[in-house]
Design a protein around this ligand. Structure first.
Ligand SMILES: [Zn+2]
Length: 221
């Protein structure tokens, strides 16, 4: 006999699920159905910007609030793509690496769920909905890459070589790159984005009350 879940139990289960599990149910792209879908778009990097673009910083905040594990592993760095001559999106400050290890089951699951969320269809059946809303042009994780050339992931080229290190293979981080519209927060997701508060950091004590005024003043400069 099948067990029936009462509505109250379903609510309790949903509330007790970790953020990534809830993310499996909730596609932020579905909140934007009344706005025209952003086009698939990729912009080649041409040099070093020496700054982190606002969309990359916002994506960092979104990941920090949403991901149950991992941490930011770098945004801006003036360099070419690993093993190649073309400029990395990191050189223009419009890519972010999120540290996750495929050999740690909870981290692998979190990475798989993140990529799935970014690339899945919205309620109207449009593929890569959240990636397009955010203005993404690269998602690389565990020897698979997605770019707007296809709606699906494909094998990541460097992994075909016999000797490929874990970082090159993106087995120790997820790489997410933004096109210029995403990097400048001009796509539909970022235009309506309200930053999620960062998770509380238990290691940083709150300042004593007397310091709050001076902290507030110093942050205005
Ligand atoms: Zn990267």
């Amino acid at each position: 006999m099948r067990r029936l879940l009462t509505p109250a139990l379903l609510v309790a289960l949903a509330l007790s699920a970790p953020p990534a599990a809830r993310a499996g149910q909730d596609n932020p792209a579905d909140r934007l159905l009344d706005q025209p879908m952003d086009a698939h778009r990729a912009d080649r990097a041409t040099g070093c910007a020496n700054k982190e673009q606002p969309g990359a910083l916002a994506l960092d905040g979104w990941l920090a609030a949403r991901m149950p594990v991992g941490e930011q592993w770098g945004i801006e760095k003036c360099r070419r793509v690993r093993g190649g001559q073309s400029w990395s999106l990191h050189a223009e400050g419009r890519a972010i690496d999120w540290k996750l290890d495929v050999d740690v089951p909870s981290e692998r699951l979190a990475g798989d769920r993140l990529v799935s969320l970014l690339l899945r269809r919205d309620r109207r059946g449009r593929p890569n909905a959240l990636a397009r809303r955010m203005g993404l042009q690269e998602v690389i994780w565990n020897c698979r890459i997605w770019t707007p050339l296809s709606t699906l992931q494909r094998p990541y080229g460097p992994c075909a070589k016999r000797k490929v290190d874990r970082t090159m293979a993106h087995r120790d981080h997820v790489h997410i790159g933004l096109n210029w519209r995403g990097a400048l927060m001009k796509t539909t997701f970022w235009r309506s984005y309200l930053p999620e508060p960062p998770p509380p950091d238990p290691s940083s004590p709150s300042p004593p009350p007397g310091q709050l005024d001076s902290l507030a003043r110093s942050s205005i400069r």
